[in-house]
Design a protein around this ligand. Sequence first.
Ligand SMILES: Cc1cc2nc3c(=O)[nH]c(=O)nc-3n(C[C@H](O)[C@H](O)[C@H](O)COP(=O)(O)OP(=O)(O)OC[C@H]3O[C@@H](n4cnc5c(N)ncnc54)[C@H](O)[C@@H]3O)c2cc1C
Length: 468
Amino acid sequence: MPQHLVWFRSDLRTLDNPALFAASQQGQVTGLFLLTPEQWRVHGISDYKIAFMLRSIDVASQHLAKLGIETQIVLGSDFGDAPSQVLEAAKSINATKVFWNDEVAIDEQRRDTRVTSALADAGIAVERHQGFTSLPPGSVRKPDGSPYSVFTPFKKRWFAHCIDRGVHCLPRPEPQGSPVAGAATPAVVDGVSKSFGEDRWPSGEANALTTLQEFAAEKIRDYESERDLPNLQGTSQLSPHLAAGTISANQCLEAAYQHNDHRLFGGNPGADTWISELVWREFYNHILAEHPRLATGHAFKKETDALPWNLSKEQLQRWQQGETGFPFVDAGMRQLNSTGWMHNRLRMVTAQFLAKHLFLDWRLGESYFMARLVDGDFAANNGGWQWSASTGTDAVPYFRIFNPIRQAERFDPNGDFVRRMIPELAGADKKQVLEPWKYGGVDGYPAPMIDLSTARDQTLAVWKLARS
Ligand SMILES: Cc1cc2nc3c(=O)[nH]c(=O)nc-3n(C[C@H](O)[C@H](O)[C@H](O)COP(=O)(O)OP(=O)(O)OC[C@H]3O[C@@H](n4cnc5c(N)ncnc54)[C@H](O)[C@@H]3O)c2cc1C
């Protein structure tokens, strides 16, 4: 029977894993995981995410071991090592083919090209699959073959393709023999302990499935009304799993579809809206695949690269530390700093505050998020930042600037979330928690770092000048 190597990357699961499934249909499988801590640092990946991935690799290795699939976990440094390490692993089992699921970002694509050629030189074939998004990047295009850059028509076409294809997931491969011993990642990699964040972020495929099933059964119906209220747990918190691939976009879609009377849209408003959010994830991944320059620090709207962005370190630091003096913004930043995750509403509010009110270069915020988020995902993070900064595809117009006080009034009307995140404001009443400076201030909590309306006017003036 032919021997095949499956190289796992951002697909740390055994269910609905196209590369693993295809390999298991064609021969005897061995799994490979490469740890590339130097590359993770170059990509600015957070300790939360690194630890989450390490734990998830351990779980995946255990699941594979139960199926009789041996795994190799290889500690390298950066993507430069990948060609020799994958080749060595393939040779060690006399593999005829190496299978993997593609990743869209530019460094990953370049790595894969080099690995493919190293394997080809040794007479070993590569079989590539797609498993990070529901529909492969490049498959959802306008009738004239050009890529979409606006979300709503993309979504319509995405639905049409999805209906044609159907909503279904691949099963776990059949066991290929008796259980074997699973491999494990080192306890510490590049100074990051794999237990970091373990209590807050249970990792691995089984936890991802439980989270999805509970969300679909109990919360998806209320998603539309609760998803914007950060003090409730109204969203799925599946983002770390989707980013590491411990669950697939298809599995999420299938669960939502089943709880939506087998509809992709036009069913329950909560499930409809959740599916639409999954399509935003697809959209940003497809955009990144169509425009690789986005991974090189460039704005989607090229002309906005010339805007005279503010680079003040002092202002950036106050924003990072949640010390801006605007409670809703600070609550979001403190949630990020203390948990590795931030509610979507707050991501938009804090990002707009940075890019609009402070007019700081959005790339500074983008990299800070990446360095803290457990769910850091280049396409979604870059897309979210460029949307907020009005530099991106289908972005919020430059003149639309969220007012953090009005946002707090709408989405945290009693100030409960702010009080939970900012201990200095725990005793503030409903009015004071919104605008502490208007009610004598609060000991230990800073005064606002800017005047909102002056900052807004200045930003609009710069944008207008640049556009003229
Ligand atoms: C400035 C900014 C930065 C962001 N950075 C990231 C990031 O690094 N990683 C990331 O996964 N998401 C990012 N998002 C999108 C979104 O905030 C998170 O996906 C969401 O908060 C995760 O929580 P959840 O799993 O409970 O989401 P749910 O509301 O339950 O949504 C389900 C899934 O849909 C996807 N999704 C939801 N909203 C979006 C969106 N707007 N764009 C793309 N995908 C979405 C996510 O995979 C999410 O897990 C960012 C948004 C903004 C505005």
